[in-house]
Design a protein around this ligand. Structure first.
Ligand code: CAO
Length: 474
């Protein structure tokens, strides 16, 4: 089983300081009055969480396309998220530095935009180094100014010549979203809006015609050939590109392979927990839904108080530099990641600061995250900062699981499906018990088996006798 972390699609509104994707001014084209023709490379800034690169999923623009503020420029995928990059300015796209599927390193320019809107002093202060703002127009500046003027003239000329083509590729963000949803290339659609703008109806019409044409081949693959018994058919292979999610899963899981997993599993008696849950569910103060998860999350957090190592991460530093030895980073707050099965695939949002939650508020937060995950609307904050993960694969099925640790954590707990079994009571009588398998994986480079076993035993104690949790809760 594999665990990856992905952000849901998030539209980062352009704003001066918080934007993850900071444009920097190419001083060769910069003037101090606005509006002006200023070519700005959009730099992929450091977005934290150790993200070093992203993959371009798709461009929503092409060179010479006119864009407005908040228009989507491209969609990128990191280990953590698929994110739409929007424009901060009105302008014209001058150059795309990468193609779809290319990887972009943090600090590199995604594209160049010839800005046609005003640059606020605030933006300028944020994105322009002081020394450059103060620079006087010396001889070195003259050719730069000329270049800017040249670009402006060129742009004016190309605006007229290319007008029809550019407008044909213009569309509102809503239409762009629809294009993406229906997998339609805007250049193939005839726009019926003003100046040839592509409207939603145009996209729907195009997609309906296309689907009608392709349906028989795409949706109904030819039935397998019926060869006589004993006759071996030649194998037919088909090459398919990995989806963005699979690409990220490929990388994340390949990295996880470097972690030596210590796997430890035990059967936990959840009979008492099950009746407590049923009892609470019938109470008028109970949350709408109270599954096993809030109790188990709380039990893990309480046990982590005694075994903080399981909440740590390893700082790998530079593995190629032998003088840089790995370090353990202990983390005080328990942000427990919950693996969720969603229409977009596996997502792992985390519930922050478990110690501050009651069972009821944990149930509510789990419900909130589950709802957002199903809708594909989780925020980056929901998906980052996790410190340990629980994967309840038992809600789907299965008894045993060997969960895979993600690199920023040192342990993960997998839950199997609960089941009712016959067992022996105190006096040898047969009793009915409800059990669930808890399967742990720990990073054996830093967590020894005994520590993992003790932590698992502590969790087992809390789950088997949920009343003992009360004494430890704040
Ligand atoms: N055994 C038996 N029943 C279980 C169960 C388990 N381990 N876990 C949940 N259930 C039951 C719940 O009690 C609930 O039943 P009732 O409605 O009768 O109370 C029902 O299944 C649905 O529960 P749920 O899934 O909505 O809620 P949850 O809090 O137990 O779990 C979540 C939430 C998000 C963990 C779960 O929905 C989910 O997505 N699990 C899949 C995780 C996954 O894909 N892991 C693999 C990761 S690696 O690829």
């Amino acid at each position: 089983m594999s665990v990856i972390r992905r952000y849901s699609n998030v539209l980062y509104r352009s704003c001066s300081r918080q934007s993850l994707w900071k444009p920097v001014i190419n001083r060769a084209h910069f003037h101090t009055s606005a509006p002006l023709a200023v070519v700005k490379p959009y730099i992929l800034a450091d977005i934290g969480e150790g993200i070093k690169e992203v993959q371009i999923i798709q461009w929503f623009v092409e060179p010479e396309a006119r864009i407005e503020q908040f228009d989507k420029i491209c969609e990128v995928q990191s280990d953590k998220a698929a994110v739409d990059i929007t424009s901060r300015f009105d302008g014209v796209i001058k150059k795309l530095h990468y193609q779809a599927d290319d990887m972009v390193q943090v600090g590199k320019a995604l594209c160049d935009i010839d800005v046609q809107s005003e640059i606020s002093p605030e933006d300028e202060a944020v994105i322009t180094p002081h020394s450059e703002q103060a620079g006087s127009p010396g001889s070195a500046q003259q050719p730069q100014k000329a270049t800017a003027q040249h670009d402006q003239t060129h742009l004016d000329r190309s605006r007229t010549a290319e007008s029809a083509r550019n407008h044909g590729h213009l569309a509102t963000p809503a239409v762009r979203g629809l294009l993406k949803e229906l997998d339609v290339d805007i250049s193939e659609v005839t726009g019926t809006g003003r100046d040839g703008r592509v409207l939603k109806e145009d996209v729907h019409r195009f997609a309906a015609t296309r689907d009608a044409e392709h349906q028989p081949q795409e949706l109904h693959p030819p039935p397998p050939r019926t060869s006589p018994a004993g006759v071996e058919d030649a194998q037919v292979e088909e090459t398919i590109k990995l989806s963005p999610t699979q690409s990220q899963m490929f990388k994340t899981m390949t990295r996880s392979l470097s972690i030596p997993h210590f796997v430890y599993a035990d059967e936990i008696d959840i009979t008492a927990l099950s009746s407590l849950r049923q009892h609470l569910q019938t109470s008028k103060h109970a949350p709408q839904k109270l599954s096993y998860m809030p109790f188990i999350i709380k039990a893990v957090s309480l046990a982590l108080n005694d075994y903080p190592l399981l909440n740590a991460r390893i700082d790998h530093l530079n593995e190629k530099d032998p003088s840089q030895t790995p370090k353990l980073i202990l983390r005080r707050t328990h942000n427990i990641g919950i693996a969720m099965d969603t229409p977009q695939g596996l997502l792992v949002p985390n519930i922050k600061s478990i110690h501050a939650h009651t069972l009821t508020s944990l149930a509510a937060e789990l419900g909130r995250l589950q709802h957002l995950a199903q809708e594909g609307k989780l925020a980056p904050n929901d998906l980052t900062g996790g410190t340990i993960t629980i994967s309840n694969i038992g809600s789907i099925g299965g008894t045993y699981v060997a969960p895979v640790i993600v690199q920023s954590e040192v342990a993960i707990l997998g839950l199997g499906k609960s089941r009712t079994i016959p067992a022996f009571g105190e006096h040898g009588e047969v009793v009915r018990k409800q059990v669930m398998n808890f399967s742990w994986s720990a990073d054996h480079r830093v967590v020894d088996g005994a520590t993992m076993a003790r932590m698992a035993e502590r969790v087992k104690g809390f789950v088997q006798e949920p009343a003992t949790m009360l004494a430890k809760m704040r």
